[in-house]
Write a protein that binds this ligand. Structure first.
Ligand code: ACO
Length: 339
């Protein structure tokens, strides 16, 4: 019997979900721990609070809640999902947390794996999932961005601890065979040569094994960051890549409905918006509430704006993720929503 040939043109973003820990930590509360204050943190970053995981909140729990909400919005049976990609740098298990999320969701037919690209992780995972769908081998993917960087912050380092929070966000992505591709275009970049300005390195710990031999014991230090270098990198590279992408697709910045950047610092968001003369009302921002949740920021923000009706079906979104690696990427996509 002749095999039916399916023509796959593109993908549609049809559902979103998010989850954050219950515990909120304000700037004033942080001032009880390190020499900082609300006014400094707000003026330099825009952050007012962040959500910090409590004792029973795991990365896979947050991911599961966000994923479940995205499946519900899409109206999908978990068993119909073919692929789950969990973008995270802070898994519960170094072997990967995605399979645990798959099991919790009851998505027994999905292959599930982690993808690590720090704050660019969600964008890289979205693009990766889209390739499987466009290739025609899979129909439905759940892309989750989740991080618990507060586990890896040095809470006595005021230069970095004020920035980070925990959270998860998810998007349901479906293959379509209409000529409308929800992922209009993307670029992704890495530069390991500049990676030293932001990392979470292994601690060197050599222990005796047998006489004359040693072994390395696993373990990581806390987040090490040169804030000024990361800032300069972001305000230089993000507008450059986004500009190239817009030009390549002949899209005028005026026709963008929303600018959805990785939520690292309000000053970075403002600088990128200024570069393209995008008015403040079109810049999505919720970092005042959550801080930098790494791979979660983009889907967490997207879900909030979908839920409150700002982002509507057909809206064009210009997005960029950037961070450790160094890694950065830009994508242009249209939100479709449930059909
Ligand atoms: N409270 C009070 N004072 C502080 C604090 C604080 N929390 N942190 C630093 N300071 C002091 C410094 O000690 C310094 O004082 P000094 O002049 O007496 O030495 C002064 O404030 C200025 O410090 P800078 O580091 O120059 O401050 P800057 O204006 O650069 O802001 C910041 C720092 C907010 C970290 C900024 O550089 C930034 O946002 N960088 C980007 C960081 C980022 O986005 N990282 C995540 C990337 S995503 C990922 O992959 C995880």
């Amino acid at each position: 019997m002749a095999e039916t040939l399916k023509t796959i043109f593109g993908v549609s973003l049809v559902g979103s979900g998010s989850a954050t820990p219950i515990q909120r930590l304000t700037n004033d509360e942080l001032g009880l721990r390190v020499d900082t204050n609300d006014s400094w943190i707000r003026s330099r970053t825009g952050i007012r609070t962040r959500h910090v995981s409590g004792p029973n909140e795991t990365l896979s729990d947050l991911s599961h809640k966000a994923g479940r909400a995205a499946l519900k919005m899409a109206g999908w049976d978990p068993k119909s999902v073919d692929l789950i990609i969990l973008a995270t740098s802070t898994p519960d298990d170094l072997f990967g947390s995605a399979p645990k999320v798959q099991a919790k969701l009851g998505a027994e037919n999905a292959v599930a794996f982690d993808l690590t690209a720090a704050c660019s992780g969600f964008l890289f995972a979205l693009v990766t999932a889209a390739q499987f769908l466009r290739g025609g081998s899979m129909q439905r993917a759940l892309v989750i961005g989740a991080d618990q960087l507060t586990k890896w912050v040095d809470w006595d380092d005021r230069r970095s601890c004020v920035l980070f929070g925990d959270g998860a966000g998810a998007v349901a992505l479906e293959a379509n065979n209409s000529s409308e591709d929800g992922l209009i275009g993307f670029y992704m970049k890495s530069d390991g040569a500049r990676g030293d300005c932001l990392n979470l390195p292994q601690v060197q710990n050599h222990l005796p094994l047998v006489p004359g031999k040693t072994h390395q014991r696993g373990g990581f230090s806390s987040i090490q960051m040169n804030g000024q270098e990361v800032y300069k990198f972001a305000v230089r590279e993000v507008p450059a890549l986004l500009g190239e992408l817009l030009e390549a697709h002949c899209i005028n910045p005026e026709s963008i409905d929303w600018l959805l950047l990785h939520q690292a610092n309000q000053r970075i968001l403002d600088a990128v918006a200024d570069r393209f003369s995008i008015p403040t009302e079109k810049v999505l921002s919720n970092l005042f509430e959550y801080g930098n949740t790494s791979a979660a920021t983009i889907p967490l923000m997207l879900d909030e704006a979908v839920q409150d009706g700002r982002v509507q079906s057909g809206h064009l979104i210009a997005s960029s993720g950037f961070g450790a690696g160094l890694s950065w990427g830009a994508a242009l996509f249209r939100w479709q929503g449930p059909t």
